[in-house]
Design a protein around this ligand. Structure first.
Ligand SMILES: [Zn+2]
Ligand SMILES: [Zn+2]
Length: 452
């Protein structure tokens, strides 16, 4: 047994792991790096050139796990794609949006080879998907050998799965992205119990300390209090969110808070892919019961569209609560444009609720929130920082301590660190060494093959 981390730059980017287990070659996830362009944004598929792929498994539909799937599926058209039921509809939707984004980038950055895939490739993916209910085994056969694969709900976002692979009595588990705590729309993770031989562990929050008094409900309460403060001073509030998952979660939180009278009634604005994802969540909720969301939430919130003529530095006329993507204020996205209008006015607020990569505009604004000004590169606009900028801990990823607890009870012989910045991985390496001194802990060098 061996594996290669194909994520070209380590950290969190184009997540993809290649596993050779007996005669089976399995690819887990095929992501697209959100901050890179062209070939740089893809997993390093050269490292598996000439190898067959017997099975592709998709943990969930965020683009850092899904975004390059059409490319690898095109060169391995016979490989089935195993994933959970909700992803049957979510994966094609997210990928079609990705084509549109690449078409825009073709113009903006002169990327002549964009889009990297077309709708025909996504039709192929739809035909290749085997949708598997959670906790149900699927068996695959090759050269008289059998391998068993099971998906377990990993919280995080609807459809997110941890993967359990059993081969000749050995158990290999890949956590995918995990959240143990329940969200308003989604139950928490329920990962496989008992001893594991090899564990691939996400490490997103390895460098994040959660204050003892900080619970998820407490963070929600503080967020609502802060929105109230902004509305009381006649300001506008921007909450940047991921289109898939966070946006719908926040709609529900905002609606329930207004209904319970703890949040002032105010117009809510949104736009883009996340609004369409609401339709998908509604259907997934009806068909599978795996998420608690329906379209009545949008109707009751009476969501309004954003003024298309926003100008950097010119305060927004339509005041209220803006819940828009991207969650990290990536350039030229609605949240970036709204932020450029709000930042210059003291009565406004920009409230982050999830993970922001330090290199993204969101990450940079958070790191420099006490500075005098912030430069909006895409507009060549230097804005004074007058609006209040805050961060609330409503991450879609598990606290590092809960991941350590899970790992310790599973007593894996080998632990592979994935999906984290260097600092985060280092924390896990140290702590797991301490708790499980006999385990082999691998922080893989991208592209290198390791025995399992
Ligand atoms: Zn994710
Ligand atoms: Zn991820």
């Amino acid at each position: 047994m061996e594996f290669i981390d194909l994520n070209r730059y380590g950290e969190i980017g184009s997540n993809s792991t290649f596993l050779s287990i007996g005669p089976f070659n399995i690819l887990i996830d095929s992501g697209l790096h959100p901050k890179k362009l062209g070939k740089d944004s893809l997993p390093d598929f050269n490292k598996i050139q000439g190898q067959s792929i017997d099975l592709i498994i998709l943990t969930h539909c965020h683009l850092d796990h899904l975004g390059s799937l059409p490319i690898i599926a095109r060169s391995h058209p016979e490989a089935p794609i195993l994933t959970s039921l909700p992803n049957l509809s979510l994966a094609p939707r997210m990928l079609r949006n990705s084509i549109n984004v690449m078409k825009r980038q073709r113009e903006e950055y002169g990327m002549t080879d964009y889009p990297l895939y077309v709708h025909r490739d996504i039709d192929h993916i739809k035909r290749s998907i085997i949708a598997l209910p959670f906790e149900k085994s699927e068996f695959f056969y090759k050269d008289k050998d059998t391998i068993e694969v099971k998906l377990h709900p990993s919280g995080h976002v609807v459809g997110a799965s941890a993967i359990e692979i059993i081969y000749k009595g050995k158990r290999i588990v890949h956590t995918g992205d995990v959240l143990f705590e329940a969200q308003r729309t989604l139950p928490g993770a329920y990962l496989p119990n008992g001893k594991i031989d090899s564990l691939f562990l996400e490490t997103t929050r390895g460098a994040t300390v959660r204050a003892k008094e900080s619970t998820r409900e407490n963070e929600i309460k503080q967020l609502i209090d802060s929105i109230n403060e902004i509305l009381d001073q006649d300001g506008t509030c921007l909450i940047p969110v991921f289109a898939l998952g966070r946006m719908q979660e926040l709609f529900k939180i905002i609606l329930e808070s207004m209904q319970f009278g703890i949040l002032r009634k105010a117009p809510v604005y949104s736009t883009g892919l996340g609004m369409d994802i609401c339709n998908y969540f509604d259907k997934i909720s009806n068909r599978t019961g795996l998420i608690n969301f329906d379209l009545k939430i949008l109707k009751q919130l009476d969501i309004k569209t954003i003024d298309p003529k926003l100008r950097p530095g010119k305060n927004i006329k339509k005041k209220g609560i803006y819940i828009v993507s991207s969650g990290m204020l990536v350039e030229r996205t609605p949240s970036y444009n709204v932020a450029a209008s709000l930042l210059n006015t003291a009565s406004n607020g920009i409230f982050f609720i999830g993970y922001c990569d330090p290199d993204t505009p969101g990450g940079q604004l958070l790191a420099n929130k006490d500075a005098e000004s912030f430069y909006f590169n895409a507009f060549d606009y230097l804005s004074p920082i007058r609006a209040s900028i805050k961060k609330f801990d409503l991450s879609g990823h598990a606290d590092r301590d809960s991941l350590i607890d899970y790992t310790v009870q599973a007593e894996p012989k080998t632990i592979v660190l994935t999906h984290g910045e260097n600092e985060a991985r280092n924390w896990f390496q140290e702590n797991l060494n301490h708790h499980l001194p006999n385990a082999q802990i691998i922080d893989p060098i991208p592209g290198q093959s390791y025995p399992l």
